[in-house]
Design a protein around this ligand. Structure first.
Ligand code: PRX
Length: 631
């Protein structure tokens, strides 16, 4: 089929197009309305329909493929490697669902999942989906303060966690971080369910804490039916960073999400039932939700869940899994490829990769040398795809399942069906239609199925944050700069806000600033993202000390820098740790006291900061320039 026509129908004949896509999943009751956009920007998809994500991901496949692999769990951290067939996965999910119910979890309750990459995390997510509980998975790399703010906002009845995570052989105990987070949070969960992996000592607190293995074994063999949910009911929330320090709970529905993922597996990810999908992401991120857990299973594919580094025991480990499990589609991030690029390229040729149809990369800009290196090394198409936690599935890429189109290095591609993507002028809101004109990437409503419904518990914030930033128009802002070439391919040029992207992890600089500010010797701080050859960006902090007499020499500055890094590690997690903390006498501000972040970032990257007519004291920027040059 012709993609241009496919796309046109998705926008101009929206109802018929999505009614067709809706047939890719099972419904208990068929939807009454396909798209209800009577209260923009709140689009409701498939209202009147009832369905269940767990049914579609698991139960639905029991008839045709009960013994085919569903979840392939591989940990190079613990040496555990285990395949669960659809029937076995069904059994595990049933026990987990029964265990959740025994702890009083009901439809509409929130369950927060703070877990490493273990199979139980997927069981817990699917169990929630089964009984209509709303899961909120928090990335296991976050520490107590990040976790506390999410617990406080999500208000979970139950938290599912584990004794520890492991990365590169280094064990991080989760239970003490979780206990501290619960102590810090105003909201307290009724119960905590803990998987004991035997990696770190763990004491179960009387009354509140329960052991996963004991409780699920108690419920082995129990039947727990799928709860038939309204298509517009909430499936989950996932927190993501924005301009303010307070992360937002991105809220998603049930029916729209199921249809969007099923459609994307077919049209974008080339997935066929019985094949194997391998996404190297983490369940704590949106890619893990959509393309480790739900997407592949909805498509009847086996999904590989991998715990470990891409280079341990050696840089061939992922390719060995591709060979062993005949992976047909793989999904990773440019950072991971850049890590592999530093290793012996012979690893790319060591295994039989003939099963692999494509490698999909997303999460951060894919630079051309990296794309070229991996494409030549693997000999398979590299498909860049651009999207966000908010969208749930690709906004820009190429839909090779519809029509084969060439990728263009440096560009994620063209707007996907359902997304009416535009470029607008930042300050006038005017639509930019010219070739290579730079503007803000926006989406005209109604947003497609799978897109966020709202910000959890705060409709007003959803509207204000995303839909009221472009003057004179109600459009969804992605907060990304972009340009479009003469053939309609988009190029993404970085964020317009204070979000940074470190190794594909989306972080808010304000959250990092708040953490650093809690150090007693910090008077003021600015955190900016600085370009980095390996991680894409790193966080760099500029601090004005409260008492500069404590920093007479390099050794004392180094000591405070180390203390601040440890503080961020302990509060937010190592992912948010700044790569450097520089000390300055004052921060560059406008005469009205606004921090000149873009200027700081430009100077820290060795670029020209541009117009500085509003700066209060140019010496502040000079000081940063001197610091950067002297490093
Ligand atoms: O700035 C864009 C960048 O990552 C942001 C979204 O991050 P997150 O919510 O974690 O979702 C990741 C889902 C894949 C975007 O606003 N980004 C994501 N993909 C790309 C990208 N930048 C350039 N190219 C991409 N392919």
């Amino acid at each position: 089929m012709n993609y241009a026509e496919f796309y046109r129908r998705s926008i101009e004949d929206r109802e018929a197009f999505w009614a067709e896509q809706a047939r890719l999943i099972d419904w208990k009751q068929a939807p009454r309305t396909i798209c209800d956009n009577s209260k923009p920007p709140f689009t409701r998809w498939f209202a009147g329909g009832t369905t269940n994500l767990c049914h579609n991901a698991v139960d639905r496949h029991l008839k045709d493929r009960p013994d085919q692999p569903a979840l392939i769990y591989v940990s190079t951290e613990t040496g555990i490697e285990r395949t669960y067939s659809f029937a076995q996965l069904h059994g595990e999910v049933l026990r987990a669902a029964a265990a959740l119910k025994s702890l009083g979890v009901k439809k509409g309750d929130c369950v927060l999942i703070y877990m490493p990459m273990i199979a139980e995390a997927a069981f817990a997510m699917l169990a929630c989906a089964r009984i209509g509980a709303i899961h909120s998975v928090v990335f296991g790399g976050f520490a107590s303060v990040s976790l506390a703010s999410r617990i406080e906002d999500a208000k979970p009845k139950l938290i599912v966690s584990a004794d520890a995570g492991s990365r590169g052989g280094k064990v991080t105990a989760y239970k003490p971080l979780l206990d501290e987070a619960i102590r810090l949070s105003k909201h307290k969960p009724q119960s905590v369910l803990l998987v004991d992996r035997g990696l770190a000592p763990m004491e179960l607190g009387g009354g509140r804490d329960h052991d996963w293995t004991a409780l699920t074994e108690q419920h082995a063999g129990m039947q727990v039916d799928c709860e038939w949910l309204d298509a517009t009911d909430i499936s989950y929330t996932i927190y993501t960073s924005g301009t303010t320090g307070q992360p937002k709970g991105v809220q998603r529905d049930v029916g729209g999400y199921a249809v969007a993922l099923a459609a994307s597996m077919k049209h974008i990810f080339l997935g066929e039932p019985g094949e194997t999908y391998f996404s190297t992401s983490d369940i704590g991120w949106v890619v893990g939700h959509s393309y480790i857990v739900y997407g592949p299973l909805l498509a009847g594919m086996a999904t590989i869940m991998y715990e470990g580094l891409p280079i341990r025991p050696d840089a061939g480990v992922w390719w060995s899994l591709v060979e062993k499990y005949k992976v047909t589609a793989m999904f990773s991030a440019p950072t991971a490829v850049r890590v592999l690029k530093k290793q012996d390229p012979a690893f790319l040729k060591k295994y039989d990769l003939s099963s692999l149809k494509a490698l999909f990369l997303a999460g951060e800009p894919l630079d051309e040398p990296t794309a070229r290196w991996i494409s030549e090394g693997l000999g398979v198409p590299i498909i860049d795809n651009y999207w966000q936690t908010e969208s749930g599935w690709p906004i820009l890429t190429i839909a090779n399942g519809v029509e084969k189109k060439p990728s263009r290095f440096g560009s994620p591609g063209v707007p996907m069906y359902g997304y009416d993507v535009k470029l607008v002028h930042e300050s006038t809101g005017e639509e930019l239609t010219g070739v290579n004109e730079k503007g803000v990437v926006v989406i005209e409503g109604p947003t497609p199925p799978g897109f966020m419904q709202t910000v959890w518990g705060d409709d007003e914030r959803y509207v204000r944050t995303y839909w009221e930033t472009v003057p004179g128009r109600m459009v969804y802002s992605t907060f990304d700069w972009g340009i479009r070439d003469k053939d309609g391919y988009y190029f993404i040029l970085g964020r317009t806000d204070d979000v940074i992207n470190v190794a594909g992890h989306r972080l808010g600089t304000r959250e990092i600033e708040e953490s650093i500010s809690s150090h007693p010797n910090v008077a003021e701080v600015a955190v900016v993202g600085v370009a980095d050859a390996l991680k894409g960006q790193v966080a760099m902090a500029f601090v004005v000390a409260r008492d500069s007499s404590t920093l007479p020499d390099a050794a004392s500055r180094l000591k405070l820098e180390g203390d601040i890094m440890k503080l961020v590690d302990g509060q937010l997690g190592a992912v948010a740790r700044p790569s450097r903390v520089h000390f300055v006498n004052l921060l560059p501000k406008t005469r009205s006291g606004k921090l000149l972040r873009r200027a700081i970032q430009a100077v820290a990257e060795g670029r020209d900061p541009g117009d500085l007519t509003t700066i209060e004291d140019p010496a502040a920027l000079q000081q940063i320039r001197d610091l950067i040059v002297s490093k």
